[in-house]
Ligand binder design. Structure first.
Ligand code: UD1
Length: 422
């Protein structure tokens, strides 16, 4: 297993290109199951999660060509030759559940392994299942699999989510495009990735209104056609790299970034004393001398502060002037980076869904272990500001969601390298 070595090396200066959004790509790829015509996705990120989705779709009968070094994906599903999404693939990546809605909508049948828990919490899929039942699906849970049927096809209905779920909104949105009649999704997720999916589905011939608001209305159509769609920039990668100069000091331009993707996060950076401005090509982040201000953060569904940036924000607040409280409301076990940051000299007290962070003047490098995707990058960010060497092990988590992280940061002057294990 590879590790990443980071040495705190002073301010960062330069430009970092932001890739297409992993989470958007992972929901756009299964949209191929809705049509027999080709779907072309441009601006795709080059990540191991995308390869896992490729393997899953290929196992169902899709053909996926990765062109231009993986930045263009051409997906075609003339026929769905296998209706079973196998446990061996699904257990690697929860987003695999996103094949359920489209496969059921097109074929009237689908068998998908239940994803099981993951490091950051139990993460059930009950909302996906209740929503599909509302559209007329018959579900049978046995042997760890959901066996879903909809003889005669899915039927439009009104479904109100009891709380906001990104994945369940995506699954139902895709399924409803081919359901008979009108579907109204209430209390739907509003994330930019949902808007991106709706735009792509519309380009494929779907009739959708209201994406980006809590109520999405879908008028089912008989069939969808092919389309070419450019994937929205990755707001989580953007926020992560915005934190690099915020933590290490310096002046970095994030190419392709825009404030509208991350307003709540940008407000918190502003409160912390970090300058964020829009440029012709993206966003510019500057940190002047002196410690950042402590700020309180509460994670919420979009447009609130994203849970996927909580670990990285905590890394920044470890060296703030004063005490910050971070509240995690989306996942129940998402402070596993805290004990690792404490190994680097941070003063953090986790109590239930809250973490109290008392800023220290300086972090110190240490060997630390990545526990999940966002936790792993928070340790790299902390390493950029620490005295001495930090070695982050288990970086396979990182490769699921960040492409060429060492290259992007070292281009701005960071001392960071991958240590390959033979
Ligand atoms: C997506 C993102 C993930 C992000 C999360 C929240 C992808 C591939 N992943 O995950 O990076 O952290 O949104 O912004 O896009 N829940 C249920 N039952 C369900 C579904 C969800 O109880 O059927 C719970 C979850 O356990 C969690 C909360 O609802 O506590 C929100 O989860 P959800 O928005 O569904 O997250 P994902 O779509 O899995």
């Amino acid at each position: 297993m590879d590790s990443i070595l980071v040495k705190g090396n002073g301010p960062l200066n330069g430009q970092i290109p932001i890739a297409g959004a992993k989470n958007a790509c992972l929901t756009l790829m299964p949209a191929t199951l809705l049509t027999d015509a080709p779907l072309t996705l441009t601006n795709a990120p080059r990540l191991s999660d995308i390869k896992t989705m490729n393997t899953l779709l290929s196992s169902l009968g899709s053909e996926v060509a990765m062109l231009q070094d993986g930045q263009v994906l051409v997906l075609g599903t003339k026929t769905i030759s296998n209706h079973v999404a196998d446990y061996d693939i699904v257990r690697k990546m929860r987003a695999s559940i996103l094949v359920l809605g489209p496969m059921l909508a097109r074929e009237g049948q689908a068998v998908v392994s239940l994803p099981g828990g993951c490091a950051i919490g139990a993460r059930p899929v009950d909302l996906h299942l209740h929503g599909l039942e509302a559209l007329g699906a018959k579900l049978d849970l046995r042997d760890g699999y959901v066996h879903a049927t909809a003889s005669g096809g899915l039927k439009g209905a009104t479904f109100e989510f009891p709380f906001v779920s990104v994945g369940a909104t995506e699954n139902l949105l895709m399924a409803a495009t081919l359901a008979k009649g009108t579907t109204v999704l209430k209390n739907a997720a509003r994330e930019p990735e949902i808007v991106d999916l709706a735009q792509c589905l519309r380009a494929m011939g779907a009739q959708i209104e209201g994406e980006g608001t809590p109520t999405i209305t879908i008028q089912g159509v008989d069939s969808l056609h092919g389309a070419t769609h450019s994937i929205v920039p990755d707001r989580i990668e953007l926020g992560t790299y915005m934190l690099a100069p915020a933590i290490a000091g310096g002046d970095v331009e994030l190419l392709g970034g825009r404030i509208s993707l991350l307003e709540a996060f940008c407000e918190k950076l502003h409160e912390a004393g970090i300058d964020v401005t829009e440029t012709k090509n993206g966003l510019r982040v500057c940190r002047k001398n002196g410690r950042v201000n402590a700020v309180n953060v509460r994670t919420e569904p979009y447009p609130g502060f994203p849970t996927d940036l909580q670990a990285q924000m905590m890394a920044l607040l470890c060296t703030a002037n004063g005490t910050s409280v971070l509240e995690e409301t989306i996942f129940e076990n998402r402070f596993m980076h805290a004990p690792e940051l404490i190994r680097m000299g941070a003063d953090i007290d986790v109590h239930g869904g809250h973490a109290t962070v008392k800023g220290v003047a300086k972090l110190k490098g240490a060997p630390v272990m990545a526990t999940d995707l966002r936790a792993s990058v928070s340790l790299i960010l902390a390493g950029l500001a620490a005295e001495g060497e930090t070695i982050v092990s288990r970086v396979y988590h990182l490769d699921r969601g960040y492409e060429r992280v060492e290259e992007k940061l070292s281009a701005c002057g960071a001392m960071i390298e991958r240590i390959a294990t033979v």
